[in-house]
Design a protein around this ligand. Structure first.
Ligand code: HEC
Length: 154
């Protein structure tokens, strides 16, 4: 009886590991599974822009604002319902890219500081902002690259 059990465990393990090489070709591409698992709307049907936005968020914002966008209470703000995110895209762009404090965000709430993301190109920033505005329970219209480019100027 025992050898049979061992055999079936080996077969099961083989079947499980056989799944992993297939994931890169899934429609989710390189989006980490956690992005889809964080209570966000289906990224599977999302466009390349949405995937780009998720990638930029995961690569740059997660250390402070966390994978699920909840932040760390008293230390880093959450992304859900942030007036900066769902409000005027110009204020959002100036904050994230230039560190210019939006009117809707009073100073002194946090003793920690945010980094500036001056290297974000308008298309990347637009994808990131659109991601923020349509995830974490937010639902504001997407932002396009032209809008960001106009805000930042030449
Ligand atoms: C080093 C930690 C850190 C990183 C990394 C970081 N942030 Fe922040 N973020 C903060 C802090 C701290 C604040 C609050 C600043 C304040 O109130 O002065 C903040 C505030 C914000 C707000 C306004 C939230 C509100 O309460 O309305 C947005 C939007 C935001 N961050 C977006 C981003 C995005 C997008 C990225 C990634 C590109 C990012 N942050 C990366 C620390 C960080």
């Amino acid at each position: 009886m025992l050898p049979r059990k061992v055999l079936s465990i080996v077969l099961l393990a083989g079947a499980l590991s056989a799944c992993s090489p297939q994931s890169p070709s899934s429609p989710l591409g390189s989006i980490p599974a956690t992005a889809a698992g964080a209570g966000t709307p289906a990224v599977g049907i999302a466009s390349a822009t949405a995937q780009l936005g998720a990638r930029i968020y995961n690569g740059n914002c997660v250390p402070c604002h966390q994978q699920n966008g909840a932040g760390i209470p008293g230390v880093y703000p959450g992304m859900a319902g942030s007036p900066v995110i769902v409000g005027d895209p110009a204020a959002l762009a100036l904050w994230v890219i230039k560190g210019q404090r939006p009117a809707s965000m009073p100073a002194g709430r946090y003793s920690t500081q945010m980094l500036q993301f001056g290297w974000l190109k308008p298309a990347d920033a637009a994808a990131l902002f659109s991601f923020l505005r349509s995830n974490f329970g937010n639902s504001a219209p997407p932002v396009d690259a032209d809008t960001v480019a106009k805000v930042l100027g030449p």
